[in-house]
Unconditional design. Structure first.
Length: 333
Protein backbone atom coordinates (compact mmCIF):
# COMPACT_ATOMS: atom_id res chain seq x y z
CA UNK A 1 0.00 0.00 0.00
CA UNK A 2 2.88 2.32 0.83
CA UNK A 3 4.68 1.46 -2.40
CA UNK A 4 1.73 2.25 -4.51
CA UNK A 5 1.19 5.60 -2.90
CA UNK A 6 4.82 6.61 -3.44
CA UNK A 7 4.41 6.63 -7.25
CA UNK A 8 1.43 9.07 -7.16
CA UNK A 9 1.72 12.85 -7.26
CA UNK A 10 0.47 15.03 -4.41
CA UNK A 11 -2.69 16.21 -6.19
CA UNK A 12 -3.47 12.74 -7.36
CA UNK A 13 -2.87 11.45 -3.87
CA UNK A 14 -5.39 13.94 -2.47
CA UNK A 15 -7.96 12.97 -5.13
CA UNK A 16 -7.27 9.34 -4.44
CA UNK A 17 -7.80 9.96 -0.75
CA UNK A 18 -11.23 11.52 -1.41
CA UNK A 19 -12.12 8.62 -3.64
CA UNK A 20 -11.04 6.26 -0.90
CA UNK A 21 -13.10 8.06 1.72
CA UNK A 22 -16.21 7.92 -0.41
CA UNK A 23 -15.39 4.36 -1.34
CA UNK A 24 -14.97 3.46 2.32
CA UNK A 25 -18.24 5.21 3.19
CA UNK A 26 -20.23 3.29 0.59
CA UNK A 27 -18.33 0.11 -0.34
CA UNK A 28 -15.46 -0.39 2.11
CA UNK A 29 -11.69 0.18 1.58
CA UNK A 30 -11.18 -1.89 -1.58
CA UNK A 31 -8.67 0.53 -3.12
CA UNK A 32 -10.74 0.71 -6.36
CA UNK A 33 -12.92 3.69 -5.51
CA UNK A 34 -11.21 5.81 -8.19
CA UNK A 35 -12.45 3.50 -10.94
CA UNK A 36 -15.84 3.66 -12.72
CA UNK A 37 -17.25 0.42 -11.26
CA UNK A 38 -18.18 1.88 -7.82
CA UNK A 39 -19.92 4.87 -9.46
CA UNK A 40 -22.00 2.61 -11.72
CA UNK A 41 -22.92 0.51 -8.74
CA UNK A 42 -23.93 3.67 -6.96
CA UNK A 43 -26.25 4.64 -9.84
CA UNK A 44 -27.85 1.22 -9.91
CA UNK A 45 -28.69 1.35 -6.22
CA UNK A 46 -30.03 4.87 -6.37
CA UNK A 47 -27.49 6.32 -3.94
CA UNK A 48 -26.14 9.91 -4.21
CA UNK A 49 -23.07 10.22 -6.58
CA UNK A 50 -20.16 12.55 -6.38
CA UNK A 51 -19.55 14.68 -9.55
CA UNK A 52 -16.51 16.64 -10.58
CA UNK A 53 -18.16 19.96 -9.65
CA UNK A 54 -18.56 18.74 -6.11
CA UNK A 55 -22.44 18.45 -6.21
CA UNK A 56 -24.80 15.61 -5.37
CA UNK A 57 -27.46 14.40 -7.83
CA UNK A 58 -30.71 12.50 -6.96
CA UNK A 59 -31.62 9.69 -9.34
CA UNK A 60 -34.45 7.17 -8.93
CA UNK A 61 -35.46 8.25 -5.41
CA UNK A 62 -36.25 11.80 -6.64
CA UNK A 63 -38.55 10.51 -9.37
CA UNK A 64 -40.31 8.22 -6.88
CA UNK A 65 -40.84 11.07 -4.47
CA UNK A 66 -42.27 13.30 -7.21
CA UNK A 67 -44.62 10.53 -8.30
CA UNK A 68 -45.62 10.03 -4.66
CA UNK A 69 -46.36 13.73 -4.22
CA UNK A 70 -48.45 13.82 -7.40
CA UNK A 71 -50.43 10.78 -6.28
CA UNK A 72 -51.02 12.38 -2.85
CA UNK A 73 -52.16 15.64 -4.40
CA UNK A 74 -54.52 13.80 -6.73
CA UNK A 75 -56.01 11.89 -3.84
CA UNK A 76 -56.50 15.07 -1.80
CA UNK A 77 -58.14 16.82 -4.75
CA UNK A 78 -60.45 13.85 -5.28
CA UNK A 79 -61.38 13.83 -1.57
CA UNK A 80 -62.06 17.58 -1.66
CA UNK A 81 -64.32 17.13 -4.73
CA UNK A 82 -66.21 14.32 -3.01
CA UNK A 83 -66.62 16.46 0.13
CA UNK A 84 -67.89 19.40 -1.93
CA UNK A 85 -70.41 17.22 -3.76
CA UNK A 86 -71.58 15.68 -0.48
CA UNK A 87 -71.99 19.12 1.11
CA UNK A 88 -73.95 20.38 -1.89
CA UNK A 89 -76.25 17.37 -1.75
CA UNK A 90 -76.88 17.94 1.95
CA UNK A 91 -77.76 21.59 1.36
CA UNK A 92 -80.16 20.68 -1.44
CA UNK A 93 -81.77 18.02 0.76
CA UNK A 94 -82.15 20.49 3.67
CA UNK A 95 -83.77 23.06 1.36
CA UNK A 96 -86.19 20.45 0.02
CA UNK A 97 -87.13 19.39 3.56
CA UNK A 98 -87.74 23.00 4.58
CA UNK A 99 -89.87 23.61 1.52
CA UNK A 100 -91.91 20.50 2.25
CA UNK A 101 -92.33 21.54 5.88
CA UNK A 102 -93.41 25.06 4.88
CA UNK A 103 -95.91 23.68 2.39
CA UNK A 104 -97.34 21.37 5.04
CA UNK A 105 -97.72 24.26 7.49
CA UNK A 106 -99.41 26.38 4.84
CA UNK A 107 -101.94 23.66 4.14
CA UNK A 108 -102.64 23.15 7.86
CA UNK A 109 -102.89 26.92 8.42
CA UNK A 110 -105.35 27.42 5.57
CA UNK A 111 -107.55 24.36 5.79
CA UNK A 112 -107.28 22.81 9.26
CA UNK A 113 -107.35 25.49 12.02
CA UNK A 114 -110.38 27.42 10.76
CA UNK A 115 -112.77 29.06 13.25
CA UNK A 116 -116.22 27.52 13.10
CA UNK A 117 -117.61 28.43 16.52
CA UNK A 118 -117.31 31.54 18.76
CA UNK A 119 -118.55 31.38 22.37
CA UNK A 120 -119.21 34.50 24.46
CA UNK A 121 -119.34 34.03 28.22
CA UNK A 122 -119.64 36.33 31.24
CA UNK A 123 -121.42 39.54 30.21
CA UNK A 124 -124.97 40.61 30.95
CA UNK A 125 -124.61 44.09 29.46
CA UNK A 126 -123.96 43.23 25.82
CA UNK A 127 -125.41 40.67 23.43
CA UNK A 128 -123.32 37.88 21.95
CA UNK A 129 -123.51 39.40 18.49
CA UNK A 130 -122.34 42.80 19.78
CA UNK A 131 -119.24 41.26 21.35
CA UNK A 132 -118.43 39.07 18.32
CA UNK A 133 -118.80 41.98 15.92
CA UNK A 134 -116.54 44.10 18.12
CA UNK A 135 -113.88 41.38 18.40
CA UNK A 136 -113.14 41.15 14.69
CA UNK A 137 -113.28 37.33 14.82
CA UNK A 138 -115.63 35.53 12.43
CA UNK A 139 -116.32 32.03 11.17
CA UNK A 140 -113.85 31.02 8.47
CA UNK A 141 -110.93 33.02 9.85
CA UNK A 142 -107.81 31.08 10.81
CA UNK A 143 -107.52 30.23 14.49
CA UNK A 144 -104.06 31.82 14.73
CA UNK A 145 -104.51 34.79 12.42
CA UNK A 146 -105.33 37.29 15.20
CA UNK A 147 -103.62 38.56 18.34
CA UNK A 148 -105.27 38.31 21.73
CA UNK A 149 -104.21 41.86 22.66
CA UNK A 150 -105.87 43.22 19.51
CA UNK A 151 -109.14 41.42 20.27
CA UNK A 152 -109.12 42.73 23.87
CA UNK A 153 -108.50 46.29 22.67
CA UNK A 154 -111.30 46.13 20.09
CA UNK A 155 -113.87 44.71 22.52
CA UNK A 156 -113.11 47.13 25.39
CA UNK A 157 -113.18 50.07 22.98
CA UNK A 158 -116.52 49.14 21.41
CA UNK A 159 -118.02 47.77 24.65
CA UNK A 160 -116.59 50.02 27.40
CA UNK A 161 -118.56 48.37 30.21
CA UNK A 162 -116.53 45.21 29.59
CA UNK A 163 -113.78 45.33 32.20
CA UNK A 164 -111.65 42.36 31.17
CA UNK A 165 -111.45 39.96 28.24
CA UNK A 166 -109.85 36.53 28.03
CA UNK A 167 -109.41 35.05 24.58
CA UNK A 168 -109.10 31.27 24.56
CA UNK A 169 -108.32 29.26 21.42
CA UNK A 170 -109.70 25.72 21.34
CA UNK A 171 -108.05 23.46 18.77
CA UNK A 172 -109.09 22.79 16.10
CA UNK A 173 -111.82 25.35 15.35
CA UNK A 174 -113.42 27.29 18.23
CA UNK A 175 -112.77 30.44 20.26
CA UNK A 176 -114.04 31.38 23.74
CA UNK A 177 -114.41 35.04 24.73
CA UNK A 178 -114.59 35.14 28.53
CA UNK A 179 -115.70 38.57 29.75
CA UNK A 180 -116.06 40.45 33.01
CA UNK A 181 -118.44 43.40 33.27
CA UNK A 182 -117.20 46.77 34.53
CA UNK A 183 -119.20 48.92 36.95
CA UNK A 184 -119.25 52.69 37.30
CA UNK A 185 -117.48 54.04 40.38
CA UNK A 186 -117.05 57.79 39.76
CA UNK A 187 -118.21 60.59 37.54
CA UNK A 188 -116.40 63.79 36.72
CA UNK A 189 -116.51 66.79 34.39
CA UNK A 190 -113.83 66.93 31.67
CA UNK A 191 -113.80 69.81 29.18
CA UNK A 192 -117.41 70.56 30.14
CA UNK A 193 -118.63 67.00 29.52
CA UNK A 194 -119.83 64.64 32.23
CA UNK A 195 -117.85 61.42 32.10
CA UNK A 196 -118.62 58.21 33.97
CA UNK A 197 -115.49 56.40 35.15
CA UNK A 198 -114.64 52.92 36.36
CA UNK A 199 -112.70 52.25 39.52
CA UNK A 200 -109.56 52.16 37.35
CA UNK A 201 -110.39 55.59 35.88
CA UNK A 202 -111.44 54.20 32.51
CA UNK A 203 -114.10 56.22 30.69
CA UNK A 204 -117.25 54.11 30.46
CA UNK A 205 -119.86 56.51 29.23
CA UNK A 206 -121.07 60.10 29.07
CA UNK A 207 -124.10 61.74 30.69
CA UNK A 208 -126.14 64.79 29.78
CA UNK A 209 -127.16 65.65 33.34
CA UNK A 210 -125.83 64.86 36.82
CA UNK A 211 -129.34 63.93 37.88
CA UNK A 212 -129.16 60.89 35.59
CA UNK A 213 -126.27 59.44 37.62
CA UNK A 214 -127.08 57.01 40.48
CA UNK A 215 -126.39 58.28 44.01
CA UNK A 216 -123.86 55.54 44.82
CA UNK A 217 -121.50 56.89 42.15
CA UNK A 218 -119.05 59.38 43.68
CA UNK A 219 -118.30 62.75 42.18
CA UNK A 220 -114.57 63.28 41.74
CA UNK A 221 -112.89 66.56 40.88
CA UNK A 222 -109.70 65.87 38.98
CA UNK A 223 -106.52 67.81 38.16
CA UNK A 224 -105.95 68.80 34.50
CA UNK A 225 -106.65 65.97 32.05
CA UNK A 226 -104.83 65.64 28.73
CA UNK A 227 -107.52 63.60 26.98
CA UNK A 228 -110.35 61.20 27.67
CA UNK A 229 -111.69 58.60 25.23
CA UNK A 230 -114.58 56.24 25.89
CA UNK A 231 -113.22 52.78 26.56
CA UNK A 232 -109.77 54.08 27.56
CA UNK A 233 -108.16 55.17 30.82
CA UNK A 234 -107.98 58.95 31.12
CA UNK A 235 -104.57 60.55 30.73
CA UNK A 236 -103.57 63.45 32.97
CA UNK A 237 -101.62 66.49 31.85
CA UNK A 238 -98.77 65.44 34.17
CA UNK A 239 -97.86 61.88 35.24
CA UNK A 240 -97.67 62.85 38.93
CA UNK A 241 -101.41 63.59 38.97
CA UNK A 242 -102.22 60.00 38.07
CA UNK A 243 -100.14 58.74 41.00
CA UNK A 244 -101.71 61.19 43.47
CA UNK A 245 -105.31 60.54 42.41
CA UNK A 246 -104.95 56.77 42.50
CA UNK A 247 -103.27 56.88 45.91
CA UNK A 248 -106.07 58.98 47.45
CA UNK A 249 -108.83 56.80 45.97
CA UNK A 250 -107.09 53.61 47.07
CA UNK A 251 -106.78 54.84 50.67
CA UNK A 252 -110.41 55.97 50.64
CA UNK A 253 -111.52 52.52 49.53
CA UNK A 254 -109.92 50.97 52.62
CA UNK A 255 -111.58 53.46 54.98
CA UNK A 256 -114.71 52.83 57.03
CA UNK A 257 -116.10 56.07 55.59
CA UNK A 258 -115.86 54.81 52.01
CA UNK A 259 -119.62 54.25 51.60
CA UNK A 260 -120.44 57.64 53.19
CA UNK A 261 -118.16 59.77 51.01
CA UNK A 262 -120.13 61.40 48.18
CA UNK A 263 -117.41 63.47 46.51
CA UNK A 264 -113.62 63.77 46.39
CA UNK A 265 -111.63 66.85 45.38
CA UNK A 266 -108.04 66.15 44.29
CA UNK A 267 -107.54 69.15 42.03
CA UNK A 268 -104.87 70.51 44.38
CA UNK A 269 -102.48 67.95 45.83
CA UNK A 270 -101.92 70.19 48.89
CA UNK A 271 -105.62 70.86 49.53
CA UNK A 272 -107.38 67.51 49.19
CA UNK A 273 -110.92 67.38 50.53
CA UNK A 274 -113.93 65.05 50.68
CA UNK A 275 -117.65 65.39 51.39
CA UNK A 276 -119.21 62.91 53.81
CA UNK A 277 -122.97 62.22 53.91
CA UNK A 278 -123.49 65.19 51.60
CA UNK A 279 -123.16 67.54 54.63
CA UNK A 280 -119.67 67.37 56.15
CA UNK A 281 -116.62 68.71 54.35
CA UNK A 282 -113.40 66.98 55.41
CA UNK A 283 -110.27 69.09 54.83
CA UNK A 284 -107.34 66.67 54.52
CA UNK A 285 -104.56 68.96 53.28
CA UNK A 286 -101.82 67.08 51.45
CA UNK A 287 -101.86 63.37 50.71
CA UNK A 288 -99.96 62.36 53.86
CA UNK A 289 -101.59 60.24 56.60
CA UNK A 290 -104.94 60.05 54.78
CA UNK A 291 -105.92 56.71 56.40
CA UNK A 292 -105.28 58.18 59.86
CA UNK A 293 -107.15 61.41 59.02
CA UNK A 294 -110.18 59.51 57.75
CA UNK A 295 -110.21 57.34 60.85
CA UNK A 296 -110.10 60.50 62.99
CA UNK A 297 -112.98 62.00 60.98
CA UNK A 298 -115.06 58.85 61.56
CA UNK A 299 -114.54 59.19 65.35
CA UNK A 300 -115.39 62.92 65.30
CA UNK A 301 -118.60 62.32 63.36
CA UNK A 302 -119.84 60.06 66.15
CA UNK A 303 -120.25 63.14 68.38
CA UNK A 304 -123.83 64.09 69.21
CA UNK A 305 -123.40 67.55 67.64
CA UNK A 306 -123.75 65.89 64.24
CA UNK A 307 -126.98 64.07 65.04
CA UNK A 308 -129.11 66.81 63.53
CA UNK A 309 -127.37 66.57 60.18
CA UNK A 310 -126.14 70.17 60.31
CA UNK A 311 -123.49 71.11 57.78
CA UNK A 312 -119.99 71.30 59.21
CA UNK A 313 -116.39 71.75 58.17
CA UNK A 314 -113.89 69.37 59.79
CA UNK A 315 -110.26 70.43 59.46
CA UNK A 316 -107.90 67.45 59.60
CA UNK A 317 -104.91 69.15 58.04
CA UNK A 318 -102.73 68.89 61.17
CA UNK A 319 -102.37 65.44 62.67
CA UNK A 320 -103.87 65.08 66.19
CA UNK A 321 -105.34 68.57 65.98
CA UNK A 322 -108.85 68.50 64.55
CA UNK A 323 -110.96 71.62 64.11
CA UNK A 324 -114.76 71.54 63.72
CA UNK A 325 -116.95 74.42 62.56
CA UNK A 326 -120.71 74.16 62.05
CA UNK A 327 -121.88 76.18 59.05
CA UNK A 328 -125.34 75.87 57.52
CA UNK A 329 -124.23 77.97 54.57
CA UNK A 330 -121.27 75.71 53.79
CA UNK A 331 -120.95 74.85 50.11
CA UNK A 332 -120.33 71.12 49.89
CA UNK A 333 -120.53 70.83 46.11
Amino acid sequence: MIGIASGISGSESRAYGREMRYGEAFYGASGRAHEEIPRKACNDTGVYNFKQKGEFKRDDNGSAERRSRKVGEARREAAARRKKVTSRRRIILAVLILMLFAATLAVIYKFVFVVGNINVVGTSLYSENEVIDASGIYNGINLYSFRRSTVVRKITLACPYIGSVEVKRNIPNSVDLILTDESAAYYTVIFGDIKILSEGLRVLDSADDKNEIPEEIKYIKLPPVKYSVTGRVIEFAEPKYDRIVRSVLSELKDSELEDRITSVDVRDQFAISMVCDGAYKLILGNGEDIPYKLKTAALVLQDEMFEGGKKAKIDLTVRDKTGVRLDELLDVE
